[in-house]
Design a protein around this ligand. Structure first.
Ligand code: HEM
Length: 141
């Protein structure tokens, strides 16, 4: 049943998580505009790609590689349009953690939160370095 909290079991669960995450994040007072106004994110096009990213992390299927994309690069480009700040990353992670806890509990749910936090930290360090001129961008990341 849908309202029973259980672990993330398959791709469908990832898609549910992402749909809910992006609808919450896009309506957020602090970071929503980055998705809607800066990136003008087309959810129908992006959700399958983002689902592939998390499927690759959680179930190691490798499907994200077919897009030939690199999230650090994507966010590096986004940071050129609008500086991504530590408080943006904090809010992103807060919402991600909250939505995961609303829907799931278990080993995979713990793992996705740990991975999200680690990637957010790495991305934040990267764009911070670019903003301070310590890292030149574009570069191969
Ligand atoms: C400040 C926090 C963040 C903001 C504002 C943000 C915003 C965005 C936006 C606007 C896009 C679409 C970019 C485009 O194609 O035009 C995007 C893509 C994406 N984001 Fe983030 N993001 C943030 C942090 C993160 C973090 C921490 C992760 C992972 C843990 C993440 C994972 C992804 C992935 C996988 C994509 C799709 C990349 C692709 O197209 O291949 N984001 N993000």
């Amino acid at each position: 049943m849908d309202n029973l909290i259980r672990d993330i079991e398959d791709r469908n669960d990832i898609d549910r998580l992402m749909l809910r995450f992006y609808s919450r994040v896009m309506a957020d007072d602090l970071i929503g505009y980055i998705f809607t106004d800066v990136a003008k994110l087309d959810l129908d096009r992006h959700l399958p790609v983002i689902g592939d990213f998390w499927e690759t992390i959680i179930f190691q299927t490798g499907v994200y590689t077919r897009h030939g994309r690199n999230p650090l690069q994507v966010h590096g480009e986004l940071n050129e349009k609008e500086p991504l700040l530590p408080e943006h990353f904090r809010r992103w992670l807060e919402i991600f953690t909250q939505i995961t806890d609303e829907l799931f509990a278990g080993e995979k749910a713990d793992f996705i939160k740990v991975r999200a936090a680690a990637i957010a930290e790495r991305m934040m360090q990267f764009v911070g370095g670019v903003q301070r001129g310590e890292i030149s961008f574009p570069r191969s990341v």
